[in-house]
Ligand binder design. Sequence first.
Ligand SMILES: [Fe+2]
Length: 484
Amino acid sequence: MWTKNNPFLRGPYEPLYTEYKVNELHVEGSIPRELKGTLYRVASNQQFEPLNPDKFHWFDGDGMVHAFRLEDGKASYSNRFVETEGLKVERGAGKALYNGIMGYSNTPQPPLPEGAPRIKATANINVIRLGDKLLAMHEVEHHYWELDPVTLETLGTFNFNGQVEGMLTAHPHFDSVTKEWIFYALDNENHFVECFSTDVDGTITARHRVPLSFTPWNHDVIFTRQHYIFFFGLISWRPWSDELIQKGKSSWFVAPDQDRNARILFVDRKTGEAIWLHPENSEYMIGHFLNAYQDEEDTIIDASTTPVSNAILQFNPSDYYPFPLVDGPSAFEQPQLWRFVINLRQGTVRHHRIGDFSAEFVRPNETILGSPHRYGYMAGVHDPKPESRGFNCLIKHDYQTGTTEFQHVTRELDLVVGEPIFVPHPEAKEEDHGWILAVWYHPLRNASELVILDATDFSGKPVARIKLDHHVPLGFHGNWIADR
Ligand SMILES: [Fe+2]
């Protein structure tokens, strides 16, 4: 491998170079017949040796999509690189030419070929279906990448017919009551965030631009029936500046005079009215939102939240990782499950932590977004073994009873798990009637498996363990696309 020092190029994070097609995977247990569709996931998967492997950042790998197809109780699998413009340039050169967006290589980029994009967006954050399009996403680019849902071939780019300026979010969310997608685009060179909604096919139905007086890094958005909601933390972001990435500096930085408190923005979905809140003692970063909804005068927001320590002001944030059990120091605390209660009329922001576990990659039953939810699902750390590296369990939290269940799959050793995806049963009447799908890495096999849980028996024996003979590098997000 390219480095012995960087955990994000080794073990469960090691890139995969083969593009597989496996017709029938080995299954322990049985795959429910109601699960007919494809689980798409996207991961960080660097193709060429980075300019400085020791400083390569997990978030900067090329995007590779993994597709688990389930039908008639059987599973097949394929994976493929997303052929972004930057990756094509590097393939033409036969080597890495670009610095990462988040990493701090301290190594200037070599000259790029004429016509090459200035930075390499990697399509490694999320993959969703918008209308009849399968889209891979990063949050720095002004477009997404359309993929063939069967072959995973990169077909081209998609950018709402050029109607949206700014860096498009990799975390759109669907409002199943209004049948709208919620998006945003951030422009830190022209200083605005634009919230917009589309219909199920991606036609824009509402858009509201809010000027920004600062240049935030922002990763997620959440909504209620009335508002788009953002929590901006203290990390600044200038990926399109000519002074940072090309020179081997991270596009992330903390300004010396940076106010450490969060800046919370509510934007009215109908009128575009913007309401800012700037609470005291709010030194935290939101990783991902679980859900938000209005409860009389209060807005309830559940999220994975990372408190910020003093160290972040002394080091470059790109050297550190807001994730658990990674070798080396961190300027971040462990990500935690927090509930925020915000009263806009009074201008108050209260929060409290739920449980004592580390938790990230929070997902609900997505059909309930914007409405009150009972359950949250997430990857977490609970009772880790000394050699554990990463999230070692999935967690189901019941907000009604206050109880929490853990799923480790095996007690023999810690497997490493990523984001859980909830798939509703076709005839579901209860919120948790369905299955949890997640990919787990087995360190002794150096291979991954897709594990299906009955969400109503969360800590019980998995319904099915679908085994690959190779590993799926740990990545970020994905979605279940049921056959129509
Ligand atoms: Fe994310």
